[in-house]
Design a protein around this ligand. Structure first.
Ligand code: OAD
Length: 263
């Protein structure tokens, strides 16, 4: 973070009644979960999304795609929430009218204590049957011993649905697919009704998720951005905190309620 945390940001948080915290891969970066678009380390700098993250890719080579998601799921399972996730859970406790909207497919918000996070892009932990999105997938999980060693190129055949024997697919939203309708509706409603939106660790280039902070701004909310790099949201953000979420968020939370408690 350059210099001191702006006092105004902490005041806004301490005074807010309805907060939306909108997160992307950057919130989990310091837990060791790779982002997508960071140079060199981002997943899309190292892997071809068209071969791994589309419905066509899964149909063409299910073992490759399932193996890659098993690799990611294993990495996330071994990661721990960082102080940024914990600070967000604290905001939810301090401001009961707050909602976490995440593009992330990990479960680190939940493991940090956040309740009812809205997952716009699905979850690594909710695989589903390709035959019918409506029927819950029942299948034998990949044995730990096998999943323990997945790597980028490891092919693992997906399990089959116990009720209809169709393939089980990762429960994430792939390129070209619609977002889960209920999640998107809930996120849009929360954004339109909030007085403060914190956007944390997202490049804000993937739509429609990237609309969420813009909806909040258009509806009159203040937007505060936490990101070490500039993003297209610089223009809609009243305050840009250039730093890592795991440092900036705990400082912001500490300042917000220290100031409130002083008043
Ligand atoms: P990106 O990888 O596009 O962006 C990550 C952002 O996090 C960048 O702006 C970084 O500058 C920032 N960042 C990196 N380290 C950080 C840190 N320690 N603290 C705060 N910020 C940090 O990831 P997303 O914006 O989440 O879609 O990507 C959006 C979607 O694109 C993902 O949900 C995924 C991907 O394709 C699906 O899986 C459907």
């Amino acid at each position: 973070m350059d210099g001191v945390l702006p006092r105004r940001a902490a005041q806004l948080l301490g005074d807010a009644r309805r907060v939306v915290i909108f997160t992307g891969a950057g919130i989990s970066a310091e837990s060791g979960v790779p982002t997508f678009r960071d140079d060199l380390t981002g997943l899309w700098a190292r892997f071809d999304a068209q071969r791994l993250a589309t419905a066509e890719a899964f149909h063409a080579d299910p073992d490759l795609v399932w193996g890659w998601y098993e690799w990611r799921r294993t990495r996330v399972s071994r990661a721990e929430p960082n102080p940024g996730h914990l600070a967000i859970a604290t905001i939810q406790t301090r401001v009961p009218g707050s909602t976490v909207v995440t593009q992330n497919v990990d479960d680190l918000h939940e493991r940090a204590g956040t309740r009812a996070a809205i997952h716009l892009h699905g979850s690594l932990f909710a695989p589903r049957c390709i035959a019918a999105a409506a029927h819950p997938a029942t299948f034998e999980d990949t044995p730990d011993g096998e999943a323990a060693q997945p790597h980028e190129g490891r092919r693992i055949p997906p399990p089959r649905c116990a009720s209809c024997s169709a393939l089980i697919r990762p429960g994430v939203v792939w390129f070209g697919e619609a977002l889960p309708e209920a999640a998107l509706t809930a996120a849009v409603e929360a954004a339109a009704a909030c007085d403060l939106l914190l956007t944390v660790g997202t490049s804000a280039v993937v739509y429609p998720a990237a609309e969420i902070p813009r909806i909040a701004a258009r509806s009159g909310a203040t937007v505060i951005q936490i990101n070490p790099q500039p993003t297209p949201l610089d223009q809609v953000s009243a305050i840009n905190l250039r730093g890592n979420a795991a440092q900036v968020l705990p400082a912001l939370v500490a300042d917000a309620w220290e100031q409130t408690d002083e008043r």
